[in-house]
Design a protein around this ligand. Structure first.
Ligand code: SF4
Length: 352
């Protein structure tokens, strides 16, 4: 395939084709990804979301990478479902620092009937603040999916994590088929899908290709594709895994961009361990979405003002909810960041 050939949206990728994308010289792959990216997106805009853990720890699933699994002792403080009001306050703060989407995550196998009314209130309240809403609550049945859609949920996150072949090495308490079923319900209910995976769990390049094939060969591409770098947490079975080669990580972002040209490819967990040069390379490879804020569920994330400083150096602007960002909004975000920083300084000074 020539580097500049127009890529159409496809749902029939084969392993041989995806392997060939991965095997290209790095510069050719990046050029191709950047070319595809520019056909569908403003190359200098990045969408920013904030993620809040609304229920933390004691999850009955056994995902080997996850500090929230009740199967491993990671010393994590467990927290019950947050009060709706507290969630709305966090959403308002996220909006003030420039996030356009607010993602709420609960460490559940699936939401219970008892918790659903609170979750639906959260969706309605965050919507009212003018933010896009996203949730990740585990497996859903059809009725729950419908209720979330009716409450105004825009996105549902449910990651496939890895290839179907490697999946059994990482999770044994939920099947790959169940994950695909939840994604199908989300589509049927008319919501957007956020689904991706994790690199650095000991998977092969073919497993990375296999994950992307599963996502790209869905009847519709997920609108959002998070590509995570494993955050190694002490106490989890993957704590001692080998680091992913940074170039292999960037390659995966580039291949995701080429295979799902219209999706937002999200540079997700693990960003704390990436230097600015690597993040810039990730944007070059077609990543155009990040999580923003100090914490990513339970692990650290680069601070919001550091992100904004990097955006400025790279000439990147946060993507608006409605397509066209204007300078006034940018100035408002920068002002909010200054205020946030000043209030932190004040807080530190007051508590010293
Ligand atoms: S990744 Fe999600 S489902 Fe798996 S253990 Fe963690 S919180 Fe539970």
């Amino acid at each position: 395939m020539s580097a500049t050939a127009a890529i159409t949206t496809r749902h029939d990728w084969s392993l041989a084709e995806v392997r060939a994308l991965f095997e290209q010289p790095f510069n050719d792959l990046l050029f191709q990804a950047q070319t595809v990216h520019r056909q569908h997106f403003d190359a200098n805009r990045v969408q920013v979301s904030t993620l809040l853990s609304i229920k933390t720890g004691a999850c009955p699933e056994d995902c080997k990478y996850c500090p929230q699994s009740g199967h491993y002792n990671t010393g994590l403080d467990k927290e019950k479902l947050m009060e709706v009001q507290k969630v709305l306050e966090a959403a308002a703060e996220a909006k003030a620092i420039g996030s356009t989407r607010f993602c709420m995550g609960a460490a559940w196998k699936h939401p219970s009937a008892k918790d659903m009314p609170y979750v639906l209130e959260m969706v309605k309240g965050v919507k009212k603040l003018g933010l896009e809403t996203c949730m990740t609550l585990g497996r859903l049945d059809q009725e729950q999916t419908q209720a979330l859609a009716e409450a105004g949920l825009d996105y549902y996150n449910h990651n496939l994590d890895t290839s179907p072949e490697f999946y059994g090495n990482i999770i044994t308490t939920r099947t790959y088929g169940e994950r695909l079923q939840t994604l199908a319900y989300v589509r049927e209910a008319g919501m957007k899908i956020c689904s991706g995976g994790i690199l650095g769990m000991g998977e092969s390049v073919d497993d990375r290709a296999g994950l992307l094939i599963q996502l790209a060969n869905l009847p519709e591409h997920p609108e959002s594709v998070p590509i995570n770098m494993l955050v190694k947490v002490k106490g989890t079975p993957l704590a001692e895994e080998k680091d992913v080669d940074p170039f292999d990580f960037i390659r995966t972002l580039a291949v995701a961009r080429i295979m799902m040209p219209k999706s937002h490819v999200r540079l997700s967990a693990g960003r704390e361990a990436m230097n600015e040069q690597m993040q810039a390379l990730a944007f070059m490879a077609g990543a155009n979405s990040i999580f923003y804020g100090e914490k990513l569920l339970t692990t650290a994330n680069p601070q919001a003002d550091k992100d904004m400083a990097l955006f400025k150096r790279l000439g990147i602007k946060p993507e608006e909810r409605e397509e066209h960002a204007d300078e006034v909004h940018q100035a408002a975000i920068e002002q909010a960041l200054v205020e946030q920083r000043d209030s932190k300084l004040f807080y530190n000074a007051a508590s010293a």
